[in-house]
Design a protein around this ligand. Structure first.
Ligand code: NI
Length: 167
């Protein structure tokens, strides 16, 4: 396994749209192991998306089970070809990103979602999610379409915050 280099804003590769995974093979699972090691090596990230390491396939990892305040969650999730099939409600919340290490921002997301995906062996997964976990999944899935939380701010002046140190 290996810790991979994380692309950071304004690297133009972060705007690339990722392709669906078509082969659920050992190469896929080896990449996912590296992606997970990279997430864990970072400063407490709740999620990571494959394109953040320059790998343009539709794969994200989310795990909000270690959040400082306990939130409803499904534990550690590897989501391949994720699709949100239903949305409900809206909420504003603060987000950070390994690819935008110097800032956080207030972003509007759906409060509840229904999510379908494949696991690393190609088995179908489906979840109803809410709150912080739903937010984290929406954030990571944006990376698959070349979007950062910066692209979702209503106002850079009011909703973007410089941070001293990533944590
Ligand atoms: Ni991110």
């Amino acid at each position: 396994m290996a810790v991979l280099e994380i692309l950071t804003y304004p690297d133009p590769r972060l705007k690339q749209v990722s392709e669906p995974v078509t082969r659920f093979d050992e190469a896929l699972r080896a990449f996912i192991a590296d992606l997970e090691e990279t997430r864990r090596a970072g400063p407490g990230a709740v999620g990571i998306a494959a394109p953040q390491v320059g790998h343009f396939q539709r794969i994200v990892i989310v795990d909000v089970s270690g959040a400082r305040r306990p939130v409803p969650n499904h534990g550690h999730l590897v989501l391949v070809n994720p699709e949100i099939t239903a949305w409900e409600g809206y909420a504003v919340g603060r987000e950070g990103c390994l690819s935008v290490p110097d800032y956080t921002g207030n972003v509007i997301r759906a409060e509840r979602i229904h999510l379908e995906a494949r696991d690393p062996r190609g088995e179908v997964l489906a979840f109803d999610m809410e709150g912080f976990e739903a937010r984290a999944v929406q954030h990571e899935m944006d990376h698959l379409d070349g979007l950062l939380f910066l692209d979702r701010l209503v106002s850079r002046r009011n909703d973007l915050f410089r941070r001293k140190k990533y944590r």
